[in-house]
Design a protein. Structure first.
Length: 340
């Protein structure tokens, strides 16, 4: 009770004394009692691991990366790490980003080949270099310097998916699928996916990590939102953490995760902040090739957010789910949706 009175009066003090800068409200500084984590729906196990690790005293950013590790190692998840879907040339390239709220430091890798745990390499970039982002061959050399083992990441399942795409994505080339030898086959629907984990420990320190194999069958060299700070992942230790999955290009042009954190800084609840950033995505989507017949974005974007005090939420353009771990245990629940 005493702490609450103190935090309210400190807040009013800030608002009343910082003239002109009082446009934002400092989120309540309620001391959080239990670590929490939020993730994309493929992160149910990840949030459990992240919270367990934070309870053992592991910093939130490391806990998020430890949560992501089994998903990166899982060949059945074709959106992340080992078994991820390749680029248009059949090469698996991975992107990841980590950010630590306490130090304000971040690390990222993009277009990394042959290393299945890019989020761990991103942690090394954060801790062992003065840089934030390493790409391509430089990222691979750096990972090998740190003892990461090179391996083929393209599984048979991902290779078959890629071949199916090669054979069916266009009527105007010489690749033909067996089905097409009758009539032109069904259009191949590209899968998307990524994992983001936002984590806040019992002290209110925040960390976030995002890892992906990126857009399936992308043009070689394409980098999405996941490894870009402020896009697929962002942390402000005074506010909270946010991240995204879905169409990276839409998140990059809006600096999505940074926007979500900004809205929380303005006093919005996490889910409302995610919805506000999604409205910005809609506002920025003008090209007709990106709109459906009702004028809405013809793609999906998800945002996930945790506030420093442990409040958490998620929202997507279209119905979707997210994983969360609070005192109530791990759950995968519906996110708020901007459209039906
Ligand atoms: N956001 C990822 C990217 O654009 C892909 C995804 O989440 O589906 O690379």
């Amino acid at each position: 009770m005493r702490g609450m009175v103190q935090s309210v009066s400190r807040r009013s003090f800030l608002v009343s004394t910082v003239a002109g800068a009082a446009a934002f409200h400092v989120p309540p500084r309620r001391r959080q009692r239990h670590p929490v984590a939020v993730s994309s729906p493929n992160g149910r196990r990840a949030v459990e691991i992240a919270v367990r690790k934070m309870l053992e005293g592991v910093p939130p950013v490391d806990a998020a990366v430890l949560g992501i590790e089994p998903v990166e190692n899982d060949p059945q998840d074709t959106s992340v790490g080992y078994g991820g879907l390749p680029d248009a040339d059949g090469v698996v390239t991975l992107d990841a980003c980590v950010m630590d709220g306490r130090s304000g430091l971040a690390g990222a890798v993009a277009a990394l080949r042959n290393i299945k745990n890019p989020s761990q390499v991103a942690l090394k970039v954060m801790r062992h270099t003065d840089h934030v982002l390493l790409v391509g061959d430089g990222a691979l050399r750096f990972a090998k310097m740190h003892g990461f083992r090179e391996e083929e990441l393209l599984t048979d399942r991902a290779r078959r998916e890629w071949l199916r795409w090669v054979e069916s994505h266009s009527k105007d080339d010489d690749w033909v699928s067996p089905e097409e030898n009758g009539a032109f086959g069904t259009e191949y629907v590209r899968q998307t996916g990524t994992i983001h984990v936002g984590a806040v420990d019992a002290n209110g320190d925040c960390g976030g990590a995002t890892s992906t194999s990126g857009l399936a069958f992308k043009i070689p060299g394409r980098v999405g939102d996941s490894p870009l700070l402020g896009c697929g992942n962002y942390v402000d230790n005074e506010v909270g953490v946010a991240g995204s999955t879905g169409r990276g290009e839409a998140v990059i042009v809006t600096n999505g995760a940074h926007r979500v954190v900004g809205y929380m800084r303005d006093g919005m609840l996490p889910t409302d902040a995610c919805l506000a950033a999604l409205r910005d995505v809609v506002r920025f989507t003008k090209s007709s090739r990106l709109l459906d017949d009702r004028g809405r974005p013809a793609f999906q974007v998800n945002f996930y957010a945790v506030r420093k005090d442990g409040a958490l939420g998620a929202a997507a353009l279209y119905p979707s789910r997210h994983a969360r771990m609070t005192e109530a245990g791990p759950e995968v629940v519906a996110s708020a949706a901007l459209f039906d």
